[in-house]
Design a protein around this ligand. Sequence first.
Ligand SMILES: CC(C)(COP(=O)(O)OP(=O)(O)OC[C@H]1O[C@@H](n2cnc3c(N)ncnc32)[C@H](O)[C@@H]1OP(=O)(O)O)[C@@H](O)C(=O)NCCC(=O)NCCS
Length: 185
Amino acid sequence: MKRTYIFKSERLGFRNWLTSDLEPMARINADEKVMEFFPDVNSKEQTLNFIDRMRSQFEAKGFCYFAVDKLDTNEFIGFIGLSEQNYKAEFTPCIDIGWRLKNSEWNKGFATEGAKKCLEYAFNDLKIEKIYSIAPKVNSRSEHIMTNIGMKKLYEFEHSMLTNNERLKICVLYEMKNINYSNKT
Ligand SMILES: CC(C)(COP(=O)(O)OP(=O)(O)OC[C@H]1O[C@@H](n2cnc3c(N)ncnc32)[C@H](O)[C@@H]1OP(=O)(O)O)[C@@H](O)C(=O)NCCC(=O)NCCS
């Protein structure tokens, strides 16, 4: 079955979430390697709540952490996308870019390719002024994607949702501004 996508990159399709994504996303969220830089793995129920939140956000705002398929096989491999963040911090409320892919698909350039396309969509189609990205400082793999896609490091900060987690609480904050928007102001 040929799927319709909101937008595509060379090898990936970006779409709203389907009920059939629950099982594969729950497996990704239960993988300790994938969740190494989170306080814990996520249960199936947490995954269901996450998918519900993403669907609602997509309906309300036109973006979410998009479900991502490989175009050659239609296989769902995780998410890359945009989400509102409202936790207590100097830079919130804001919209961030984030990513989580199944371990067997790592190091094939998918996060870099997909995140670049999401930034283009955010700036050219959604006309968002700026996008942030946040990761625990120890998650060097994620920070590497931020620099790879041209984001600039602003500073490190203590995350208000991770204050009790010595390993994860210091996070990096990266930013990319919409050039078109900046030119107009
Ligand atoms: C972060 C993640 C999305 C990256 O996905 P990916 O598709 O493997 O990323 P890419 O293949 O596009 O790029 C990987 C890059 O990281 C580099 N890399 C690999 N391991 C690394 C490490 N331990 N530290 C730093 N860089 C690393 C690779 O060399 C490659 O860089 P290059 O393009 O300059 O050669 C994936 O690892 C993931 O899902 N991690 C778990 C979820 C997560 O931590 N999300 C972020 C939460 S803040």
